[in-house]
Design a protein around this ligand. Sequence first.
Ligand SMILES: NC(=O)c1ccc[n+]([C@@H]2O[C@H](COP(=O)([O-])OP(=O)(O)OC[C@H]3O[C@@H](n4cnc5c(N)ncnc54)[C@H](O)[C@@H]3O)[C@@H](O)[C@H]2O)c1
Length: 322
Amino acid sequence: MNILIIGGGGVIGQKLGRSLAARGTLRGQQISRITLADIVNPAPIPDAGVPVDCVTCNITDPASVAACLTEETDVVFLLAAIVSAHAEEDFDAGMTINMMGTLNVFQHARQLGTKPVIVFSSSIAVYGGEVPDPITDHSFLNPQTSYGAQKAIGELLLNDLSRKGYVDGRGFRLPTISVRPGKPNRAASSFMSSILREPLNGQEAICPVDEDFPHYYLSPRKCVENLIKGAEIAAQDLGQNRCMMMPGRMWTIRQLIDAMTAVAGPAPAQLIRWEAQPEIQRIVKGWRFDLRPEKALKLGLTADDSFEDNIRYYLEDDKPAG
Ligand SMILES: NC(=O)c1ccc[n+]([C@@H]2O[C@H](COP(=O)([O-])OP(=O)(O)OC[C@H]3O[C@@H](n4cnc5c(N)ncnc54)[C@H](O)[C@@H]3O)[C@@H](O)[C@H]2O)c1
């Protein structure tokens, strides 16, 4: 079982690589090799029980995709993308990477003729606009950002390539991942981690929305578990629509902060400054939070039990030492 993680240098890609290496099996088979591919050379996985290669790959370049996605590849996790606010600011970059790059990977996988499993990271940003709440498995995709539109296009292609029997695709609309480790990024949702992560690290953070702002979240740990479960679902159990919500839970900003206080005491919350940012609000207020991921739940994917868990996972898995 050879696994390729494209976007393997990113937050989820690194965690997924480590988790698969520790597990040693996928889809009932021994993992013989994991390849982490990214436009920046991915960090190696220390003490991995299986061989892990780290390679550079630019998904906008078909030759670069062909160099790492080969007949030997059994399962591809396609995580490479630029995030929401970046794709909104730079329309051409979003189209080139998120749409054409995704198409390059799918096309090359098809041309191999080996029907690899493709696990595609879509986003709940595919939902929005004039669609009634709650969002169910039967709600139509109506993205209100270029990023969401690019993810929705990827989903349509993955469904069609799977229907044709060219690949065995499955796409998951990730909730906002929090608490995301590392530095703030160019996602409009970046503050949904930084208002927790920075204070937990003893630093100030800015919250650009009100405390009653609701949103839909999942921890990185659960996200990785769900991607692995998603790769393992039997093709016949997926049905005609290969893409679905990944389970998460709705919480308000106040609930996130209360969870942080319950786990880490009152000091971190005092490091949050409240400063309205209209451009961020315009994007995130178009996102949906009343989501009912019944199909994924039936297939065995799960959400976090409480946001306290998300805080604990950050402290256990990611908080820098010292
Ligand atoms: N983190 C979230 O809250 C969230 C929510 C919804 C969907 N997603 C999706 O999940 C996936 C992983 O998210 P993440 O949080 O790990 O993001 P990330 O930004 O940490 O990782 C994405 C990786 O893609 C790589 N990349 C960008 N352009 C590339 C290119 N042209 N060729 C090859 N690699 C390229 C980046 O270098 C980066 O390492 C993304 O597709 C993202 O859109 C994430």
